[in-house]
Design a protein around this ligand. Structure first.
Ligand SMILES: NC(=O)c1ccc[n+]([C@@H]2O[C@H](COP(=O)([O-])OP(=O)(O)OC[C@H]3O[C@@H](n4cnc5c(N)ncnc54)[C@H](O)[C@@H]3O)[C@@H](O)[C@H]2O)c1
Length: 388
């Protein structure tokens, strides 16, 4: 029986824990696969791996157990039912043993600042190879679910694989971030790579070259789960009616640890950047637009977005639309992570290489695809399934 390995960077984080609890709950028949896009009838033709056949592992810089993290989500964020956690606690304890810490593959800030870059990459590669051999899985999909990093400035070393390799040898630290090194290691040992975060990950010409050379697929960046999801569904409506959007102002309030990280203006800049491109592409012009992100601890994982859209109609008549969206961040993200793992595994089986354009509907800032209209992006996925 073929099984698929899943190696999660940031395996002890909220989204990762929710995805693993959800996968084990579905596998044990405790939950229906509601909110998995890959369960839609339109995608039934795809021969995706069963959720039961996913074998989880990964790395994290924090050390508390997955079961403790699941109970924390239950207590603090009112997510995950007690009975579900009790049923999958044994599965989580087993996965715990396959999550590397700072000593065996997780890249800490200290490592990144001090250790030779080649040695760091070699440790991640070794952890991935060891997982593949130990678990006997046929293929491994690496998923980045780690905390958002500050934006990584463009560097000449990003332009080609040769230049990047030279930068690694010479320890040019300003050319890399942890997400880039994880992506490099993953692609280099022949894994598919999914970047669910706004961090750079594989989005460098050098790593595209590496993916083609190792004949593996990748996709990203930044899962589309809340305000941006609604935006990419609504903006095309204004365009279809030729209503001119004057301003689109959005405020997001987050209270989970992702929100705490995004309270730091440098990390927030990555998120604002990936959210910001959307309107320009979806409308065909750039209205006055701002995106605010505030850390509000009391809302926990229940992200709140409030958007105000000011638009102009016939004879200059000005009107407005406002919406609020309150969603549970991790519950929105986790099923998409499982979808992307399944699609990444299928792409590997089919020998697809480079970026996976048909996954654009999952991302705020899809690699290799300018299209931002959600319906058009989704149709691309349906077409991919129809041509299966
Ligand atoms: N709806 C959503 O929740 C959503 C949507 C889009 C993108 N994302 C992105 O997904 C990521 C995860 O979100 P979350 O809510 O689970 O965050 P989280 O803070 O709960 O989890 C992040 C995990 O990454 C770990 N980590 C940090 N640096 C690491 C490193 N160098 N190596 C390994 N592990 C590391 C942390 O210890 C933590 O356990 C974030 O980057 C977030 O922006 C989330």
């Amino acid at each position: 029986m073929e099984r698929t390995g899943v190696w999660i960077v940031g395996a002890r984080g909220d989204v990762a824990v929710t995805a693993m609890v959800g996968a084990r709950a579905i596998a044990r028949g405790l939950a229906a696969p509601v909110a998995l896009v890959t369960e839609l009838p339109e995608l039934k033709a795809l021969e995706l791996p069963a959720i039961d056949d996913l074998v989880f592992a990964g790395c994290d810089v924090r050390t508390d157990s997955l079961v403790d993290r699941a109970w924390q989500l239950h207590r603090e964020h009112h997510l995950l039912e007690a009975a579900t956690i009790q049923h999958v606690a044994g599965d989580l304890a087993e996965i715990d043993g396959s999550i590397a810490g700072a000593e065996a593959g997780a890249i800490t800030a200290g490592n990144l600042a001090m250790r030779p870059l080649r040695a760091i990459v070699e440790e991640v590669r070794a952890a991935l190879r060891a997982f593949r051999e130990r678990s006997g899985v046929s293929r491994v999909v690496v998923v980045n679910l780690a905390s958002t990093e500050p934006p990584l400035a463009d560097h000449d070393a990003h332009d080609s694989l040769d230049a990047f390799d030279l930068a690694l040898e010479a320890d040019v630290r300003e050319a890399v971030s942890a997400s880039v090194l994880y992506a490099y290691a993953a692609l280099d040992v022949g894994c598919a790579y999914v970047n669910f975060t706004p961090s750079r990950g594989a989005r460098l010409a050098a790593l595209h070259e590496l993916a083609l050379a190792r004949r593996v697929p990748y996709c990203g960046n930044d899962g589309k789960t809340g305000e941006t999801l609604v935006k990419t569904a609504l903006a095309p409506m204004f365009r279809c009616r030729n209503l001119h959007v004057l301003s689109w102002v959005g405020y997001n309030m987050l209270g989970n640890s992702d929100g705490r990280v995004l309270a730091d203006p440098t990390a927030r800049a990555s998120k604002v950047e990936s959210k910001g491109k959307v309107l320009r592409e979806a409308l065909g012009y750039e209205p006055h637009a701002t995106v605010g992100i505030e850390y509000v601890p009391s809302v926990g994982d229940w992200k709140l977005a409030w958007d105000f859209i000011h638009f102009e109609g016939f004879l200059g008549t000005r009107m407005s639309l406002q919406f609020t969206w309150q969603g549970c961040d991790s519950a929105l993200a986790a099923p998409l992570v499982l979808d992307l793992i399944r699609l990444g595994d299928l792409a590997m089986r089919r020998g697809e290489i480079g970026y996976l354009g048909h996954t654009a509907c999952f991302f705020k800032d899809p690699i290799g695809v300018a299209e931002q209209n959600l319906a058009v992006q989704f149709q691309r996925l349906v077409d991919y399934a129809s041509n299966a």
